[in-house]
Design a protein around this ligand. Structure first.
Ligand SMILES: Cc1ncc(C[n+]2csc(CCOP(=O)(O)OP(=O)(O)O)c2C)c(N)n1
Ligand SMILES: [Mg+2]
Length: 578
């Protein structure tokens, strides 16, 4: 029986288990949208902007419940979505991007939306496909999904020309969906044993975990416990290990890390790194040198020794590799005593760091530590916290304990502002019964804040806390030392309550510490009525994060003497001349 590509696509998406698609209809995909409307398992979601749609799809994938999927128009939809696709690409997040395509059967030139979409997307996807026959629709989707979800995951792109959607054709025999990819380990027993021997023999072992370990918290915990070793995380991997575990040291490494992590890893002589690429943010601008005995576990072999030489490289899915490592790891006699000492040091350092923040005079504005303490108290353990990119990101990383794997998501290596508001929507759709809160900077909010209207339309009770400091603070702070002036980082006025009103969100304001509790109470109450809530927080940014201080120092130190002299000279001159 003849079928259209749109109906074949719907069948493939249903088989794969897609639950939501995000995008905007146009003349090249209305057949697909019409099919999706009839699906009992897929809901097509209309977004305000495809860029927001891509962040929503990303958040769905990060939630781990289904594959985030876009259905967009060619060219203009693709370029709008590109920021979210690229974020997924650099962060290793699977995503299926489907766009309609121009008619390939008319021979006409200069059609609407006619650009080479594959060339645009090639550097930011794991693969792109142009479907040329009806019989290829279903196999292409299965293959694209396999590529998106195997190895280090990432986005994939499939173009389905509109003529195949409109005109029915022979679909051929329907292939069966092979099911989710089975991950294998590609490391020898000898390598596993060598890793176990190094760890067991170390005086001060430590574990460093990224997003690649996000489903391996149990195995990481068992290894850490046996060794009596601290665990620190990358930014993206912040939720890969529960913050309430006594061996959880916190975020980052070296001088960009919270004190508990910096101290716990000061003498580290053997590191087990899992699911991290030792990228710029993960290492605080490469401000930390891992020990020579570096055991690196990753599903993507390209990351081994890319930045720091691995003594032992173990390729494979983190759960599978760590399970084998655990089996090979002997009882470690020194482990128990070390565990006590390490845990005590971490607890002391964490308490002292929190006290340091609480003691900071926020001069009548909201103290970040007080805000996060209250939020943590109020938030359920299985909640999802979504951040954007900015100073608020690192405040969250340093001051907000995350208890659940995948319980915090962040735009990390592509580092794209505008992620938070749409991603809270994606996260909430993926986990409707749990709480989802966003922390967004006032700059990033301007980019995609109108997606709050999408949350209203979907009746999603997400809470977005807008850290309102009037600046693009992460950059303004970095400008302070070398330039001593803030060029293009001071924001003009924005009536935030007006945005809430216009989008249908409930609006609340927190002006100072005294207002935190009541506003949180009201926000969660409003959110429970399936209405988004926008909370304008008069946050105090006068104390810098360890991360910002750490990376600024690391980067300044790295300059050669003449450059340093030039930068310091300019800063001093401006300080004198004003
Ligand atoms: C799309 C994009 N544009 C610019 C930047 C550079 N950038 C990184 S953080 C930042 C400041 C963000 O300001 P805001 O959203 O107010 O957050 P804050 O730092 O004040 O918490 C900027 C401009 C970026 N990462 N992404
Ligand atoms: Mg700001």
């Amino acid at each position: 029986m003849s079928r259209t590509a749109a109906s074949l696509l719907r069948e493939a998406l249903e088989e794969v288990g897609v639950r939501y698609t995000f995008g905007i209809p146009g003349v090249h995909n209305t057949e697909i949208y019409d099919q999706l409307e009839s699906s009992s398992s897929i809901t097509p979601v209309l977004v305000s902007d495809e860029g927001g749609g891509a962040f929503m799809a990303d958040a769905v994938s990060r939630s781990g419940t289904s594959l985030g999927t876009l259905v967009i128009v060619p060219a203009a939809g693709v370029t709008h979505a590109a920021s979210g696709i690229a974020e997924a690409f650099l962060d290793g997040i699977p995503m299926l991007v489907i766009a309609g395509g121009i008619r390939r059967d008319t021979g006409r030139r200069y059609q609407l939306h006619d650009v080479d979409q594959h060339a645009i997307l090639k550097p930011i996807t794991k693969g792109t496909w142009l479907v040329e026959r009806h019989a290829d629709v279903i196999p292409t989707i299965y293959e694209a999904v396999r590529v998106a979800t195997s190895g280090e995951p990432g986005p994939v792109f499939v173009e389905i020309p509109v003529n195949l959607q409109l005109i029915a054709g022979d679909p051929g025999p329907t292939p069966r969906y092979p099911g989710p990819v089975e991950h294998e380990t590609r490391c020898t027993d000898a390598a596993i044993e060598e890793a176990a021997r190094l760890l067991a023999g170390a005086k001060s072992p430590g574990l460093f975990v990224g997003w690649g370990a996000v489903d391996a918290a149990r195995e990481v915990g068992l290894i850490a416990d046996r060794l009596g070793a601290p665990v620190t995380t990358t930014l993206q991997g912040l939720s890969a290990f529960p913050a309430n575990h006594p061996l959880h040291a916190g975020f980052c490494l070296g001088r960009a890390a919270v004190p508990a992590a910096e101290n716990a890893f000061r003498d580290c002589d053997c590191m087990l790194a899992v699911g991290t690429r030792f990228g710029e943010i993960a290492t605080g601008s490469y401000g930390y040198e891992p020990p020579a005995n570096l055991i690196h576990v990753d599903i993507n072999p390209a990351v081994f020794s890319a930045n720091y030489p691995a003594k032992v490289a173990l390729e494979g899915d983190s759960v599978a590799v760590l399970t084998r490592l655990l089996a090979a790891l002997p009882e470690v006699p020194a482990g128990a005593a070390r565990r006590e000492a390490v845990a005590a040091g971490i607890a002391k350092d964490k308490a002292a760091y929190l006290d340091e923040w609480l003691a900071h005079d926020s001069k009548g504005r909201v103290n970040p530590a007080r805000f996060f303490m209250a939020l943590r108290d109020r938030l359920e353990s299985d909640a999802t916290v979504v951040v954007d990119d900015g100073n608020h990101t690192f405040l969250t990383a340093e001051l907000m304990p995350i208890h659940r794997p995948r319980g915090m998501i962040s735009p990390t290596d592509f580092n794209c502002m505008g992620y938070c508001v749409p991603a809270t929507i994606g996260a909430k759709l993926a986990r409707r019964k749990s709480e989802v809160v966003g922390i967004v900077g006032d700059g990033a909010f301007r980019m995609t804040g109108l997606e709050l209207a999408t949350a209203t339309a979907l009746r999603l009770g997400v809470i977005v806390f807008l850290f309102n400091d009037g600046e693009l603070a992460q950059i303004a702070q970095a400008q302070q030392i070398p330039y001593n002036r803030k060029t293009c980082t001071v924001l003009g006025p924005l009536d935030v309550s007006g945005v809430a009103q216009a989008t249908g969100a409930a609006f609340l304001r927190i002006d100072n510490d005294a207002g935190i509790e009541a506003a949180l109470e009201e926000a969660f109450f409003q959110a429970a009525t399936h209405r988004p809530v926008l909370v304008d927080v008069a946050i105090d940014y006068s104390k810098r994060t360890r991360f910002t201080d750490g990376i600024v120092k690391t980067n300044l130190e790295r300059f050669d003497l003449p450059t340093k002299a030039r930068l310091v000279g300019r800063a001093l001159w401006r300080r004198v001349t004003g």
